[in-house]
Ligand binder design. Sequence first.
Ligand code: ADP
Ligand code: MG
Length: 622
Amino acid sequence: MSAFLRLLFRNRLAALGAVVLGAILLLVLAIPLLPLPDPDVIATADRFQPPFSEGHLLGTDHLGRDLLSRLLYGTRLSLAVGVVAALIAASIGSAIGIIAGYFGGRIDNIIMRGVDMLMAFPYILLALAIVAALGPGLLNALIAVAAVNIPFFARNIRGITAGLAQREFIDAARLAGLGHTRIILQELFPNVLPVIVIAMSTTVGWMILETAGLSFLGLGSQPPQADLGSMLGEARAALISAPHTSFVPGVMIFLIVMSVNLLGDGIRDALDPRLKSGALSRPLPMTQVRRRGDVPPATDDLLAIQHLETQFHVGKRIYRAVNRVSLAVKPGECLGVIGESGSGKSVTALSVMGLVSSPPGVITGGAVRLEGEDLLGAKYETLRAKRGEKVAYIFQDPLATLHPLYKVGHQLAEAIQVHHKPSDREARARALDLLKSVRMPNAESRLDNYPHEMSGGMRQRVGIAMALANDPEVIIADEPTTALDVTVQAQILALLDDLRRERGLAIVFITHDFGVVAQLCDSVAVMYAGRIVEQGPTDTVLNAPAHPYTKRLIACVPELGGGQRELAAIPGLPPVVDNLPEGCAFAPRCDKARDECRRGDIPLDGQAPRAVRCLFPEEPVT
Ligand code: ADP
Ligand code: MG
């Protein structure tokens, strides 16, 4: 809650809205305590007194009634009616929306066509018609305003609910035997509540305005009762001769609607989970680079990551996700990057092409060189020209990376056409070749499939085909087989292995599975808490792990035919990288840690390509 308020008040305009609205609320709540004259007492002798006249701070109206008193009573009434109308519209509209979205099908159709019919009428006309049918009066105006706003809530909430109703957690609730009512109340409702609150906070202002409009026309509050709209209506005749009678309620309406809307916008921004991380601005097209220190010199590697430092700056916190990481691959090489989840593997990979979202991501040091060219210092256009063309990515979940509404053939062709200008026919032929090269069964007919019509293994083949579309020189694969079953995983690994042999592709393969590394990679780097703790040729690292962390990671892998050895899980969790202890980050989980391990910076020691960051390695590293 306090985090929400802090986020809300960081938005200056929202804070201003809250202050103005708070002051108005305080004033109207204090009405019984204030020495106000009766707002309805007529004193014709005192009509049209100007502001600041004796006994009447804001003057009097055409019947000699005290304007300040009428203003405060009227404001109270207008606010109450607006808020109650908003509550009614939100409750009924959301209920309709949830039911339509949850049940779908015919129920949805019938309900939503009814809602559409209401929406087809101009707003204020519909309200007028309702009041005309019910008769003038504040209560009827309230009903009319609530009624015309129901469709807005129903449409909004239905859309959200329909999206949620397809999700796995709803299926899980069904499997657990929950009835419709409990699913709606316990599973769906908490998820749509923020949306309802947001929709309400942004429409309350409108509803106050609409009620005032009806009262202005004489259809809302009836004399002598004052609300802001009727005050304006009564003052209309004296607009020129006694402008203050119009001015006073007018300014109040302006202040209320402005402050409610500003506050509503602030609430919307603060409640949006995507903005919670502090990213109130849109992400930049490439990761921000603010390098301190020297840029390391070029090497003869195809892709070289040199002393890379990538951080996330969230408020005052700094997450050191990647801390001086160096990796390199030559053509035809495969480098494995391994570590528990959260160790910084993905952020390292995304930093290469400037794909870490900024804010909050910042690259604060090091270099990424492709054929010697420093990519971190490059312009966005240069980087974009290389994305997919020279360096391509394969991600874990192809269902999330493929566009759900386009056929895979179209998406493959698009990937080619970003960088080259083949005709549609040529692009399609090339897409077919690509699918064949990743051994897609029935490649011809698969071109016209949508992603959801394929199995996980096939989608990942499409993902690989897309990465290959422009014959890149480097492929960065971020856990490409984690979501697949072992047989498909083996096929995909064999495929990648062939590709690098045939095409001389360099592969950076990210995984948390040593089995996969053993199968595919020439060398491996082990990451922990944003740093490389050990690296070397795969055989050496697997057979003689030097860092206790590597050793224990390997011990976690079950071995076929290895007898019923107890699997040694590593106790504890990887640390959060915003407040790392001094010394070795693994020390708190290491049974060999001594006092020295908790002091100073422990260097990555050894002769290339073998190195380990440990003061007391399991094996000597020469
Ligand atoms: P993995 O090794 O599982 O791929 P990641 O590279 O995704 O790990 O994440 C590395 C670290 O960076 C994690 O500790 C995570 O908390 C942090 N991190 C990633 N994205 C963000 C972000 N947007 N804001 C703050 N921290 C982040
Ligand atoms: Mg990852």
